[in-house]
Design a protein around this ligand. Structure first.
Ligand code: BES
Ligand code: MN
Ligand code: MN
Length: 458
């Protein structure tokens, strides 16, 4: 029999040390996109491995061409399901540094929140499952199922090592259900289980014109301006009413179910409050869909950055020799990034004006994910979240992407549970990223219940 009294007593007694431990990890600037941070990547991987080993798990570092994967497992429990916890120890770059109220890698608790880069995405969320398994072990409670961990160091920059290693480690990570805490609750006080994530297809487009910058007085009017050519291409790619114009783009898109639309209506989402939270005077997007539908279940296109031309002080009258844009499409389940690349190629071929040459650089991508909201594991997870947070979770989808998950699901044939402990306004990828301190503890508590309920479900 599982004795949650002793586990709860342990959790109560160890709140400070659980926070101190998270702080240790948050102090490591494990920015995967920054090649000068390779020592920090190694330090973070070693730290996570040592933490898992301290809970009595068998651990292993799986090294490849990039930051190592941390693998760990508890004892097998015959006849019971196997859980695989996925998470990431890498974080986004912290810039612009001047906008942080306290340094990004010197975690502090302020007004009930932990402030640090990686606090919510994903070190804080990922640590809840490590702390929960350690709690079971320290209380001499035999885990009712086997828990495996696969924590990678490149989620924020393409998951190359994991993608390459997947075929080799497929047997090792064999599992019935993958648990991921790297997303959000619906709102403060309203936990959620996410049953869908969007995919992504990320590109850089470059437009090359004259062989050098030209005096725009002498040459303006005689050649295609790469800035204008790029602007035209980008605006033609998405109509003002939010439809993407790549040929065949919507062919594989699965539209929302009527039941989902109804379920999300019940969430009482306020467009006004949302616009105010974002500091915009209007919300825009694809005609015929609500804001939640557009964010969670419809594909879209965004520009992330514009390159080239004169960016300095004052004016400079040139026709730039080249310009560029970083763009991405968010995809819904069933859309494939490879197909989008082909659609984008043919769009660019059709829309390239004469006098410029266009280059398409395929940066990275991943398919979307759908979980079955009616699976037995989902029911078990609902109970665990309710016991951890004291409120019944709602079912949502989310717009963000964890690109490698679709491939992990394919490699393992497992169900997936997206149990997000974060909040929409945590500032992931932004300055002053935070994670609610109590949600760290609630997440740990929910996770201690999760093993019990998943064992019953399997
Ligand atoms: N944890 C996020 C994914 C996420 C964000 C899920 C919001 C649900 C809601 C993850 O770390 C992330 O940032 N993913 C990137 C992937 C990109 C770098 C390829 C994303 O979604 O932009
Ligand atoms: Mn993340
Ligand atoms: Mn992220």
């Amino acid at each position: 029999m599982t004795d949650f009294t002793s586990i709860d007593r342990y959790l109560q007694k160890n709140r400070q040390s659980q926070l101190d431990e998270l702080f240790e990890l948050l102090r490591i600037a494990s920015i995967s996109a920054d090649s000068s941070k390779r020592p920090e990547m190694t330090e973070a991987a070693n730290w996570v491995q040592a933490k898992l080993a301290s809970g009595g798990l068998k651990t292993q570092l799986i090294s490849g061409d990039g930051p190592s994967l941390v693998y760990a497992e508890t004892e097998p429990v015959p006849g019971k399901p196997v859980v695989l916890v996925y998470g990431h120890y890498d974080v986004q770059p912290a810039d612009p540094l001047n906008l942080w109220h306290s340094p990004p890698f010197e975690p502090v608790v302020k007004d009930g929140n932990i402030y640090a880069r990686g606090s919510t995405d994903d070190k804080g969320q990922m640590m809840t499952h490590i702390q929960s398994v350690i709690a079971w072990q320290r209380c001499n409670q035999k885990l009712p199922l086997q828990v495996k961990f696969l924590i990678e160091g490149q989620e924020e920059s393409g998951s190359e090592v994991l993608e390459t290693k997947l075929p080799e480690i497929a047997d090792q990570i064999a599992s019935d259900v993958i648990v991921i805490s790297d997303s959000s609750q619906y709102a403060q006080g309203q936990p959620a289980i996410t049953y869908g994530l969007r995919g992504i297809a990320y590109y850089e487009i470059r437009v090359y014109g004259p062989k050098a910058d030209l005096h725009s007085g002498s040459f303006g009017g005689a050649v295609t301006n790469p800035g204008l050519a790029l602007a035209r291409i980008l605006t033609e790619m998405k109509t003002p009413d939010g439809r993407i114009q790549l040929p065949g783009f919507y062919d594989s898109v699965v539209d929302l179910e009527a039941s989902e639309r109804e379920m999300w209506q019940q969430l009482n989402f306020s467009d006004e409050a949302f616009a105010e939270q974002l500091g915009v005077d209007a919300l825009t997007g694809e005609t015929g869909y609500t804001t939640l539908e557009r964010r969670w279940a419809r594909p879209t296109l965004d520009v992330h950055g514009l390159l080239g031309g004169y960016q300095g002080e004052g004016g400079k009258t040139i026709i730039p020799s080249w310009t560029g844009a970083k763009i991405s499409f968010r995809l819904v389940p069933n859309q494939h990034p490879k197909a989008v690349t082909e659609q984008l190629r043919s769009f660019l071929a059709q829309h390239a004006p004469p006098g410029v040459r266009i280059e398409l650089i395929d940066l990275h991508g991943g398919r979307g994910v759908m979980a079955d909201p009616k699976s037995p594991f989902m029911k078990g997870a609902m109970r665990a979240v309710e016991e951890g947070f004291g409120v019944k979770p709602v079912l949502i989808r989310e717009g963000g992407s964890i690109p490698i998950v679709a491939q992990m699901v394919e490699a393992t044939n497992a169900d997936v549970l997206l149990l997000g402990w974060g909040l929409d306004d945590d500032g992931a990828h932004s300055p002053n990223e935070k994670f609610c301190l109590e949600d760290y503890y609630r997440g740990i508590r929910a996770s201690t219940r999760l093993w019990h309920h998943l064992a019953q479900a399997g």
